[in-house]
Structure formats: C-alpha cells, structure tokens
Design a binder for this molecule. Sequence first.
Ligand code: ADP
Length: 454
Amino acid sequence: MDKARNEQFERKIDIFGQKLGLVKNISTKLENQQAVQSAQKPEKTLEVIEELQCALEELFVAEEEIKAQNEELAIAHDQIAAERQRYQELFEFAPDGYLVTDPSGIVREHNQAAASLLNMPKSALVGKPLANYIALKDRHALRYQLNRVQELERLPEWEINICPRQSQPFAAAITIATVRDRQGKVTDLRCMIRDITARKQAEEKLQKIQVQNLQLQESAKLKSHFLAIMSHELRSPMNAIIGFSQILLRQAPPNLASNQANMVERIFSNGKHLLKLIDEILDFARIEAGRMELKLAEFNLVQLVKETVEESRSLAEQKNLVLEVELNLTNPNIVNDSDRLRQVLINLISNAIKFTGEGKVAVTVEELWSDRLAIAVKDTGIGIAEADIEHIFDEFRQANQTITRQHGGTGLGLAICDRLVRLMQGKIDVESKLGEGSTFTIEIPRRVEVGNNN
Ligand code: ADP
C-alpha cells in the first residue's frame, strides 16, 4: 500500500477517534444531567438526545468507511502476497543461478539453479562465501569486482571459472548488481551465474574452423600458384611442338610420306588441344588466386559479336548447323575487356555447336533496363538434365559423361565463363530442356566500373 493511502487511513482513524470522544462527552453530559434531571426542563433533555443521535449517525458512517477501507486493504495485501509468490517462483525456477549475498559476498539466499551449478544441497549454501566456489586464479578478480560494485549500480558480465563441490570446474558468466537502502548504503548484492561451457565449446569450434579455413585458403592459393607455374612452364614446349609440326605440315608433300604427314597432323591437332587445356587451367588458376584483372576499354559490341560468330561459322558449317545473329542495340558502344568477353562468347558458341546435332545456334544481343545488356546463345541441341543444371558452372563438371567424353573438353570452360562474367559485374544463367536445347544468357553492365569486381 502506498504512503498516500496510509495517511488517508490514519486521518479517518483520527476522525473516528474524535467522533468517539464526542459521543463519550455527550454520554457523560447525559449522566451528569441525570442527577439534576428533576430540577431541569424536559426540553433540555430532548436537545441532548438529538445531539447524541446525530453523533451516533456520524459514527455509523465513519464505521462504514473504515470497513470499506479495511476490505481494500485486504485485497491489496492479497495482491502483494501473490506478486511475492510469483517473484519467488521466478527466482526459484530461473534457468540461471541467482544468489543474494551480503556486501562481502556471503550467500544469504539462492535459487535451485545456483545450488545445482555449485553442486551443493540447497540449505548448505546459505552462510558460505561465494568465493569458496570460484577457481583460485579468479578469486582475486572477484574480490576486486566486489569492491568495485559498491560504487556502481551493476557490473557488466565477465567470465569466471566456477569450481563446484566435488566436480569439474567450468566456465561461467557472472553479473553482479547492488541493492541499497534509503540512505544509498549497499545492503545486498544480487549475483547471476550462467554456465557458458556450451558457448565456449562453440567458440573454440568456430576458432578451429576459422584456422582450418585459413589453412584451406592458403593451400588453395598454393595449388593455384602451382597450377599457374606448371601451366606456364608447359606452354613453352607445347608452343614449340605446335609451331614445328605446323612447319613440317607445310613441307609435307615433297618431304613427308602420307602416313608421316598424317602423324604430324595428329601431333599438331593434339598439341592445339593440349594448349587450349593448359590455357584454361592457367586462366582458372589466375581467377582463383584473384590475379585475373580486366583490361577495360570502350569498344563496339556489335562488331565484336559479329567477328566472334564468323570465327565459329566454319565449325557450324561442318555440322550443317545454321548460325544466326540478331543484334538489337541502339548504342553499340560498351566498356569491358574485349578479349575476355570474346573468350566467353567463343566458349558458349563452341559449346552450343559441340552439343547440337541438327538445327541451329542463334546469338542475340539486346538492351535491358538500367544500362544493362543481355547476350544469349541459344541452341537446339541435346539439352541439360535438370539435376545437372545447378552444377553446370562448377569447375571440372560435365553434365553427361558418356556424351561429353565423345566431345572432349575439361569441364573448365563454363566455370571460367562464370568467373569472368562475375568479374565484369554481370551474371550468367542457363535455361535448358533435355533433348530440346539450351540457352545460355549473360547479363552485363554497359560500362564495367574499375575496381568493382567481385
Ligand atoms: P567442356 O570443356 O567439357 O565443354 P564446359 O565447362 O564448357 O566444359 O561445359 C561443361 C559441361 O556442360 C559440358 O561437358 C556439357 O556436359 C555441358 N554443356 C555445356 N554447354 C552445353 C550446351 N550448349 N548444351 C548441352 N550441354 C552443354
């Protein structure tokens, strides 16, 4: 009950007392008058009786008010008891350990969780210093914090090692807050102890994973470095093999027998295949090591697409495929790395030709919203199964091993395209239906920004 209510109640009791006094006075007056009644006039007696009735009525009203007040008091009392019970239960069944200690850290009260954390029977903990259950190395810190909290409201959570009775120590987080009297003097300390073993274990695991991650990144870098060096070293002899076999082929009719020319031809085409493979590995290693940089310049996209398609025309004709181009650009100028964009297009077009038995391959270019462009390569070929589509841009992935083995290839081409298009701040997508054909679409900005590659 609040102070105002108390005062009001005290005032009413005063009034009640005054009225009681009045009734007493009147009744004494009546008694005195009894003795001299015979000598007095009957009017006087009537007057006194009326006064008495009046006072009695007021007394009755005051009594009613006090009764009502009493009822209110009883309700308030019940509410306070229920609240206390609720807080006691909350305290008792809280999952964390709660202890109330005196200012020096002697336990006065605690909940069930605190007793279990410290492995103590409930009643045995009261009267013991909290420091008894703290690891030796942390006791000094606890004492320091207990002194410090006298000046503060609450201490921020800190970590401490708890030594429960006859049990293994564990890491805990502890928070301490003060309870003060009206003069501001600390009367109690409220401590909350939380077992953080699981959190610590998770942190340790995370740390281990981070270290492993770093090691993995390091070994991936080493692998890319190794690949880059090896590929570079392989390129020179391979170029020599291709160059010399080409010279030999030019002199074939007079100087080489037809079976010899045939063998040199195979050396030449296998050499070219190997060189393409080495170039792909080199590119991929460079991209993975973050050493691939775009050489940005402004150029005419329409011209580049037309030239690239023409380069592939003979391949399409060998397979009787129609090769179409559709260009829908109002402004053909873009900023990008023309060599790398050509490399992506060649890869997509040669794949489309490689995996199409009959029908056509169509290349379309169009403007999209917000200064972005789309280049699509569509074929009527074998298509890609739904299950293979999600991995199609992963390195060394080939959709259908039996079919792709007939066509050769490393499974690196699309992975390189994907990484290059991402470097161009764009994205590559594929839509395909098995047996009906595929459409690979790249979406790139009209102007690739310097140093904004992801
Ligand atoms: P590869 O050098 O083996 O062609 P790519 O990365 O370019 O490597 O392609 C990976 C695989 O994706 C191919 O082996 C093939 O299974 C599938 N693929 C790529 N393009 C097409 C396409 N246009 N039609 C059907 N399958 C395709």
